[in-house]
Design a binder for this molecule. Structure first.
Ligand SMILES: NC(=O)c1ccc[n+]([C@@H]2O[C@H](COP(=O)([O-])OP(=O)(O)OC[C@H]3O[C@@H](n4cnc5c(N)ncnc54)[C@H](OP(=O)(O)O)[C@@H]3O)[C@@H](O)[C@H]2O)c1
Length: 324
């Protein structure tokens, strides 16, 4: 299933592939299986591949380059930039025009391509006017190295200002059954402006799949996120039990219910469940076959109303970079 991204944007797969976990974000990964997962996505015509230059310092882009070799035209490459991640953690953001002009050249080299389909400012830099950052991205469109421009986790005000400089095709932000912060202001704003939504972490980083039973099961970056710690973990686990119950009523897995719910929130939304395994990719793609009626959606809202989750989705230092 394809959807149009943004009112004037390209047709892309409604279920894409988030590649971040292939580069160490969520435990160890196997390169062969990661590459096979990307290849399988393309084989199944799920072309939207999401990466960032800051996923293990370009490692993620290099993996993608291997998987799309000889079939660049089959892939829609969504690349984020402007955020600084290091093995030690968060290193701030950089939306300076010079940084962006430089970063894209390295991404092209690592991806072994001469264009990026969707180039997204990973976070808004509070020290650089958004008009300047987007102005630099617009130059890249003019040069022909970028096709479409995106923003990630931006505020409604920044989105409006950015859209005065150049067409913004998509906003990438976290959106899932229990992360619904964008519904009050951001979603109406992008709808008004004809900007599509790329919903990331539709499984709440795997939690909604029902895989995790106790906080100690999580040994990677997620262990630093308040939502997956101590008491919050157990309160949220009760919600996962409800998702499991709803899924069994629909004859699907909890992950499939979670993905289908995101897609049911509007034709202007696509989602990018992340996985490094062919099996999960295929299961996630099968969510397209889960049809949620308006009655189902109402029942889900009653059982899991907005704001029901316990704990913030990022640690404090990361939260401050959201909604700027
Ligand atoms: N713009 C941003 O700030 C931002 C932030 C975070 C992520 N992203 C992008 O969004 C993508 C998706 O988000 P995410 O990966 O953080 O979270 P997610 O998609 O909610 O969940 C990924 C986790 O769920 C597991 N999983 C996937 N499918 C499953 C299935 N069918 N059954 C059981 N477990 C399953 C994965 O396991 P395995 O790893 O074992 O396969 C992984 O641990 C990322 O890959 C990245 O490209 C963007």
């Amino acid at each position: 299933m394809n959807r149009q991204l943004g009112i004037k944007g390209p047709m892309v797969s409604a279920i894409g592939l988030g590649c971040m976990g292939m580069s160490g974000a969520y435990g160890e990964s196997d390169e062969k299986e990661s590459i096979a997962t990307i290849e399988r996505a393309l084989e199944l015509n799920h072309n939207f591949l999401d990466t960032a230059d800051y996923y293990l310092a370009g490692h993620n882009e290099q993996l993608i380059a291997q998987a799309i070799k000889g079939k660049r035209d089959k892939a829609f490459l969504s690349v984020k930039t402007g955020m600084m991640l290091s093995p030690g953690g968060y290193g701030g953001v950089n939306g300076h025009p010079d940084f962006l002009r430089n970063a894209v050249m390295y991404s092209l080299q690592r991806l072994k391509t001469d264009y990026i389909d969707l180039y997204t400012l990973g976070r808004v830099d509070p020290n650089v006017p958004i008009e300047d950052s987007v102005g630099a991205l617009a130059e890249l469109v003019q040069k022909g190295v970028v096709r479409f421009i995106g923003l990630s986790e931006a505020s409604a005000e920044s989105i409006r200002r950015a859209a005065t400089v150049h067409t913004i095709t998509a906003l990438q932000t976290e959106y899932s059954l229990w992360t619904r912060d964008i519904e009050d202001e951001i979603l109406p704003t992008i709808r008004e402006l004809g900007i599509g939504l790329v919903a990331y972490a539709p499984l709440s980083r795997g939690f909604l799949s029902g895989t995790y039973k106790k906080p100690e099961d999580i040994k990677d970056n997620r262990a630093h996120m308040p939502r997956y710690q101590g008491e919050n973990f157990y309160k949220n686990l009760e919600l996962v039990e409800k998702v499991k119950m709803l899924a069994s009523q629909k004859g699907c897995t909890p992950s499939q219910l979670a993905i289908a719910w995101v897609l049911a929130q509007g034709e202007d939304i696509i989602t990018i469940p992340g996985t490094k395994r062919v099996k999960y990719l295929e299961d996630n793609i099968a969510s397209e076959n889960v049809r949620l009626s308006s009655g189902d959606l109402r029942a889900i809202s009653e059982i899991l109303p907005a704001g029901v989750v316990s704990g913030t989705r990022y640690p404090e230092r990361f939260m401050s970079a959201l909604n700027r």
